[in-house]
Design a protein around this ligand. Structure first.
Ligand code: HEM
Length: 163
């Protein structure tokens, strides 16, 4: 395995194969709340970026649901982070923000979608990733759509499945 590029050392706490510990919790004002399972793989190949895949599924049936994959980069010499994601719903987005200690706080500044993406369309995405004192990874996602202002959509805590 190549050694970690020093540029992404501030994000090293995100690395690993993670699986939701209890089910993730989903909500939004316009939908019924739901639970989901998610596997998150955050890895590197020695380049100055992290690679990620997040794969959600129905916790009862295992049916695959939301999936996304992309890259996490840092502006060299700063704590300024860019998060680049392609989602199976036909959305691609870039979020930017800051890593401070073991917390990454980002929000979208660019969202695009395929011409036949399902409505309503997401207009804004904000995420917080955090490592808990007991070594678990948390992700929370809020979003705004063309019908709803910013509101929580997802909350999940992952335990490390392997490093
Ligand atoms: C609904 C966006 C991640 C499960 C929605 C809606 C949007 C959306 C725009 C429609 C809300 C409405 O009808 O008002 C996103 C974005 C995500 C994301 C941008 C990632 C950043 C996930 C994940 C799951 C999930 C990881 C896990 C299974 C659902 C479900 C619904 C929903 C079950 C309601 C049923 C449906 O419309 O398909 N999401 N979502 N979403 N989302 Fe997400």
């Amino acid at each position: 395995l190549p050694s970690l590029n020093p540029a992404v050392a501030p994000l090293a706490w995100m690395l690993g194969s993670w699986v939701s510990e209890q089910d993730g919790q989903g909500e939004f004002p316009t939908i019924s709340s739901f639970q989901y399972k998610e596997e998150a793989v955050i890895s590197h190949v020695g380049q100055p970026m992290l690679n990620f895949t997040f794969c959600a599924s129905n916790p009862d049936t295992g049916k695959p649901l939301h999936r996304e994959c992309g890259f996490i980069r840092i502006k060299p010499g700063t704590n300024h982070v860019a998060f680049i994601s392609a989602q199976n719903t036909g959305v691609v987005e870039i979020e930017e923000g800051e890593v401070q200690g073991e917390q990454l706080t980002i929000s979208s500044h660019s969202i695009s979608r395929i011409s036949f993406a399902k409505e309503p369309h997401v207009q804004q995405i904000c995420r917080i990733f955090r490592l808990t004192p007991d070594g678990k990874l948390e992700q929370t996602v809020s979003m705004a759509t063309n019908t709803q202002p910013l509101a929580p959509h997802l909350r999940v805590t992952y335990r490390k499945a392997s490093s």
